[in-house]
Structure formats: C-alpha cells, structure tokens
Design a protein around this ligand. Structure first.
Ligand code: ADP
Ligand code: MG
Length: 706
C-alpha cells in the first residue's frame, strides 16, 4: 500500500477543487462550499480558468500554478476533461485525486477509466473513484465531497460503494444518533478499494471499527486478507444477494457481484460481521463503536417487563447467544432486589414494582459477577417511572462496575415506549451505552459483539493443513486430456487426479472390450458398477450409462452392450472411451462436494447433502479455498441437515472427521490446480458412520479453457 499517497488523499495539507464554480447547484460549487463549511484548516485552491475568485477564495487557472502546495485534488470537471486534469495533477506533485465525475466504467467506458489509473500510477498518485461523492472526516475537518454536512461525530468509519447511499446515510447519522468519524465513497473502485481503506484505517486513532456497504468486490482474496489481519472490527452489508438484486448491482457499478452464500462464507472466514440491512448495519456499528467484544456466552438480561424479556430471550437464541439460567448463588442475591413475584433466573425480571433501585442493584451486582460476560438492560415505559431517571440510574450502576470490567463486558440497552424513551436512549448513546427501541435490536447488537470475539478466537486457532500430494501426477493427467483437445476429464481421469490428492475414490478402470470388462470386474470383485466413459456425456445416468450392482460375468457382458447402445442412442456422435468398471461402494449418506471459481474470491468449495437436498433445498454451504479441517467440521454444522450428520433418530453419527479431512484435501486440490480447474465435483460421496470413512463414487473436473 502506498500509505503516504493515501495520507495525501484522506489527510491532505492542501486541497484543489478542479472545476470549482460560483454557480450554486454545480458540483464544483458544492465541494468548495462543503470544504469551507466543514472548517477545513488547510488551504483551499479553487481551479477555474475563467473566474478570478470562487466563493470568496482566490481561484487559479491550473494546478500547475500550485506545485507542491496540494496533496489532494477533487476533480469535478466533465468526463472528457478528467484525464488531462490528472496529468496536470501529476505534474503538480498531487498525492491523491478524488474523481467525483461519473461516466466511466459504470457506463461501459473501461478504456478511459484504465487510462486514469495508468496516469495516476505514472505519477505515484492514488485515485479515489471515479463516480463518487468524495470523502469526509470529522477529525480532519475535511468535507471533500458534495455531501452538504460532515456526519454526526463518532468512532467509526463507513465505506460505501454507492455514492447516493452515502449522502443519505450521512444525513441519517443525525436522525439515528449513530456517529461516524469518516465516510468514504468508493464508486467504481478503479484504484482505491475497500481493502486499501480498511488497511489505512488500522493506524487511524479516530476509528474503532469500520462499516461497509458492498455491492461487489473485485479482489475478494485481498479483502479477506486485510480483514483477517485487521485489529479493528469490520461490519459489512452486502447487497445484491437475490438473483435479481445481483443483476441490478452488476449494472450499477460495473463490478460483478458474486453468489450471496460465497460472500457470507468469505466474511465469516475473514472475521467480518455481516449486517442484514441498513438498520442492522447502524445498530451493530454503534455497538462496536461504543462497546467491547463479548468474550464468553454468558449474557444477563435485566428487565422490568416480562414481555420484552421473552422477546429478548427469543432473539438471543435466534442470534446465537442462547440464554442460560444464572448460577444459584447469583439468583439468590438478585432475589433481594425485586418483589416476591419477580424472577432472578434470566431474564432477571425485576417487574414494574421494583423501580430504579431494583435496576441499579441488579445491574451493578450482575456486571461485577465473574459469571457474566455481557448484559442487556430492557425497560418498558410505565406510568410510575420516568425514562430519563431510569436511564441515568442505569448509567450510574454501569459506571460502578469500573473501567476494568467495562473494558471487556459489553452492555446494550432497549427502552420500549414513547418520546420520553427516545430522548432517554439518545442520552444513553451519548454516554457510550448503545440503546435501541426494540429488544431484538439490542440483542442482535450484543450478539454481534459475541460473534466477533468468537470469530477472532476461531481465526487464532485455525491453521492451514497441508497434505502429501502428487501434484505432478495430477498435472500430467490434465495435460494428457488437453493434448487430446478436451476441457473435460472423464470420470476415470478425474478420479486419478482426486487420488493424487489423497482423496478416497473408488478404484475405476477403463474397459474397451467386453472381455476386458469381465477381466477388470474380476479384479475389482463382484458386485461392480459399470459406467459409460465419454468426454461428451457428463451426466451418465441421464444417458442410461450407469449400472450398479452388476453381479457376474454374464451381467457384465449384457450391460457392456446395453450401456454402449444407450450411449449411442443418447448422442450418436459421442466420443466413447469405453466402460468404467469399479468397485461397488456400500450405500452411505450421499454428500456433494463441489468447487467453483467465484468471480470475486476464486476457488471456492461447496459442501452439502447430495440428492434431493441439493436440488430442492439447496442445502449447501461454501468456503473460499483452501479450507482447514477445522473449517471442514464447521461446514458440516452449518447446513440445515447438520442433525442428520450428527446422527438423528437413533442413527449412528456420520464420520465427520473423515469428511472434514476430505473437504480440506479437496480444497487443497482446487487451490493448487487453480490455473487448470474451472469447476469440479464429487457427487456423490458416500459418507459412512463414524470410524468407517467415506468413498467418492463419482468425480468430475472441467478445465479452464486455454
Ligand atoms: P452421474 O452423476 O454421471 O449420473 P454417477 O457416477 O454419480 O453418475 O452414478 C449415479 C448414481 O449411481 C450415484 O448417484 C450413486 O448413487 C450410484 N453409484 C455410482 N457409482 C457407484 C459406486 N461405485 N458404488 C455405489 N454406487 C454408485
Ligand atoms: Mg454423479
């Protein structure tokens, strides 16, 4: 990363506005106005060859007059003038250009966009945009954008691929009471992208966490790498997760949006918290801005109302922090602070009768108890309590716990009621306690703090597994198929590649004649499975090309002829290599393993239950390759059918260890062979009960075209 150039972009010592204007309504007007209103402390240099003065500032005809005085140039001139402007910026020693102008990659003009990047590279400048709003920073008093105001101050940063959304969210910070120190608009991401800014923010003292609005990543691997290494939480909202939405996003920014599930998995692997919608993005970001991660599962809920308590309990389960009853001695102590009919189990329900004192005592005691890892405080507005007094009381009780405890036990609050509650909640947020108008929101926010700590721990414990593999062998098989003019391997070849990577596939031999088939069947041992081998027939069953449970020589001969005939009927000109003879594997739980080359993340593994579960329920999960055994175990827990693998209804659990190892090896195979393999699958894998392993009975590899 060119850190100095990014400093120039985001923390400039002088700003030029190329295309500055005196006409209200022009972007070149708004940017100068925004810089002035933001109280930028460096020099502002409006550039306009026709005006001597812009909004009371001396104007210049060109940046060339200002050599060495400008770090950042904000470019607002029409598209056809941008390239020339960047040349001049380079000449003038500008470090970063923020190109607001649109009309490049997003409308199909990639050629000019590439030229902008080349020009910047030539001069060592970094380019934000084009097609953006700009960037804003409270701590630098820099509003280098055409958004009218700096955001409500806060501890977070927000990076948005969409510019219009950024302006809207900027205004929204005031309404929501969720502040940000910095906002960045990325637009076409011709140069500077999410990863660059997340990396740059690592050293920014004003930023505690970063929220992202993502339509599509160009370099998903680098994004993951940077997020994995980031010491600050990253929260991402990915749009375009529906099939239709993906199409909309792609045409919007000119970048490809990948499959929703792949993004979800990549976020998880990189330790990124995924937000579900805009409200949730704000809710969770606010929690990270104000509170520490939650280091254990023990959440205490304190409430004055049974209803909100139950709602919060439901949410806790839904968001992955299921409530546990408090230890007996905690319950006994809490009992003293509430009326007889209260409950100290968890939620701790002090009831409407306990009033402020009950809250204070339960909160102070609960937070200080070593069992507690985090706390959610709920309040229902009542006739006899004053929300503001309750808020202040709650705050006081929290403060009593002291800095050391508060540094690692997060708290969220929910007040349900009217305007007085809204005011009291704003007061709490202003005092560092995130407060939400719905218990579900308070719980989902604290659950995100829990998830973050969990992902960090998983990241620290995860290590890549490496296996003994025979890459040369795999490549020689691939090259032989290529020499034959093919980009699909036959099952026989694919299984050889699988075996070179230590995957347990059925031994599969090719018979070209009936006699050969009988001989190989003897070698494999009856019963055997017979399958058509043709690069032109990928779905063998569809062609009547698979016969299982072939029991003797006569059957082999009979089916050799039938399968050949079926194949010819299916595709008259199919190139037929022969018929594969293989051992018949016992029936197991049918699994599908697959791999794709995701547009953003590259080689990615898919795992799920085979058969109807894949086709109808799409019960599959993804990981960006390579995948560790530990992640392979997690994948098996993630699918909806996880309980089947764990051994449902008296069935023995499946051999999940063997499955995890197979996932890891398979992922290493597609990662190692990424320049060759476009997609592949093992469908099905027969997975047996614990200790009995598995068998890959069908394998497919499609090569990249070369
Ligand atoms: P395709 O997917 O091309 O139609 P498969 O090789 O997957 O062909 O065979 C179809 C089905 O036959 C598999 O889903 C599996 O149920 C069964 N099968 C295939 N090979 C074997 C084998 N070696 N042992 C046991 N069953 C097999
Ligand atoms: Mg198959």
């Amino acid at each position: 990363m060119n850190k100095e150039a990014l400093n120039g972009l985001f923390r400039p010592k002088g700003v030029a506005v190329i295309g500055a204007s005196n006409k209200a309504g022009k972007i070149g007007y708004s940017v100068v106005e925004a810089l002035k209103n933001g109280k930028y402390e460096g020099d502002i240099f409006p550039i306009n060859p026709k005006e001597p003065e812009i909004q009371g500032l001396k104007a210049y005809t060109s940046v060339l007059e200002l050599k060495g005085k400008i770090d950042l140039a904000v470019v607002t001139v029409p598209a056809h003038l941008v390239l020339g402007a960047l040349e001049q910026c380079g000449e003038a020693g500008v470090k970063g250009v923020s190109v607001i102008t649109s009309g490049f990659g997003e409308v199909g003009d990639h050629e000019t966009e590439n030229k902008l990047v080349e020009t910047c590279r030539k001069y060592g400048m970094r380019l934000l945009g084009p097609n953006i709003i700009g960037s804003l920073s409270n701590s630098d008093k820099l509003n280098a954008s055409f958004a009218p105001v700096l955001p409500l101050p806060g501890n977070g940063a927000l990076i948005s691929q969409s510019g219009a959304l950024l302006i809207a969210l900027d205004a929204g910070t005031y309404l929501r009471g969720v502040g940000f120190d910095k906002l960045f608009s990325l637009g076409n991401m011709a140069d500077v992208d999410f990863a660059d800014i997340i990396e740059w923010l690592e050293d920014d003292p004003a930023t505690r966490c970063t929220a992202l609005y993502i339509e599509g990543l160009k370099d998903g691997r680098r994004f993951m790498e940077v997020c994995k290494n980031s010491k600050k939480p990253v929260i991402a909202l990915k749009s375009g997760v529906s099939a239709h939405g993906a199409a909309a996003a792609a045409s919007h920014t000119g970048s490809l949006a990948g499959a929703a599930k792949v993004y979800g998995s990549a976020f998880e692997q990189a330790g990124v918290i995924q937000a579900t919608d805009l409200d949730n993005l704000f809710d969770v970001t606010q929690a990270f801005e104000l509170q520490p991660p939650m280091e254990g599962d023990n959440l205490v809920i304190v409430t004055n109302g049974g209803g909100v308590g139950v709602l919060a309990t439901d949410s806790a389960e839904k968001f992955g922090v299921p409530l546990q009853f408090l230890p007996k001695e905690m319950q006994e102590e809490m009992k003293h602070y509430m009326p007889e009919f209260g409950s100290a189990k968890n939620p701790v329900d002090i009831t409407g009768g306990a009033g402020l004192e009950g809250y204070k005592k339960c909160i102070a005691f609960g937070l200080q108890h070593e069992w507690t890892d985090g706390m959610a405080v709920l309040y229902c507005e009542t006739a006899v309590t004053n929300p503001q007094e309750i808020a202040e009381g709650i705050y006081g009780a929290i403060e009593e716990a002291g800095e050391e405890i508060l540094a690692h036990k997060p708290i969220t609050v929910s007040f349900v009621g009217g305007e007085r509650c809204a005011t009291a909640m704003r007061w709490l947020s202003d005092h560092g306690i995130p407060a939400y108008d719905d218990p579900a929101r308070a719980i989902s926010a604290i659950a995100a703090l829990r998830q973050y700590a969990r992902l960090q721990a998983a990241k620290a414990a995860d290590s890549a597994d490496t296996f003994e593999v025979d890459r040369e062998k795999a490549l020689s098989i691939i090259n032989a198929a290529r020499a034959d003019g093919r980009d699909a391997l036959t099952e026989v070849e694919a299984k050889q590649v699988f075996k070179a990577y230590g995957l347990d596939a059925t031994t599969t031999l090719l018979a070209r004649t009936e006699d050969e088939a009988v001989e190989l069947a003897h070698q494999a041992g009856y019963p055997v499975v017979m399958k058509i081998v043709s690069p032109d027939i990928l779905h063998k069953s569809d062609a009547g090309g698979v016969k299982v449970n072939v029991k003797d020589d006569d059957m082999v001969r009979e089916w050799f002829r039938k399968i050949m005939e079926n194949a010819k009927n299916y595709k008259a000109d199919a190139n037929i290599h022969g018929i594969a003879i293989q051992e018949m594997a016992p029936l197991g739980t049918e699994i599908i393993l697959g791999s794709i080359n995701d547009a953003a993340f590259g080689p990615t593994v898919m795992f799920g239950l085979g058969g109807i579960f894949v086709e109808v329920l799409k019960d599959v999960t993804f990981r960006v390759a390579p995948v560790s055994k530990a992640q392979g175990m997690k994948m098996q827990e993630e699918i909806r059918a996880a309980k089947i693998l764990a051994g449902a209804r008296g069935e023995a659990p499946r051999d999940r260890e063997a499955m995890a190892e197979t996932i890891a090896k398979y992922s290493q195979m597609i990662w190692d062979l990424r320049d060759e393999v476009k997609e592949s699958d093992a469908n099905p894998v027969m997975l047996y009960e614990q200790g009995k392993g598995l068998k890959v009975v069908d394998a497919r590899i499609i090569l990249k075209k070369k």
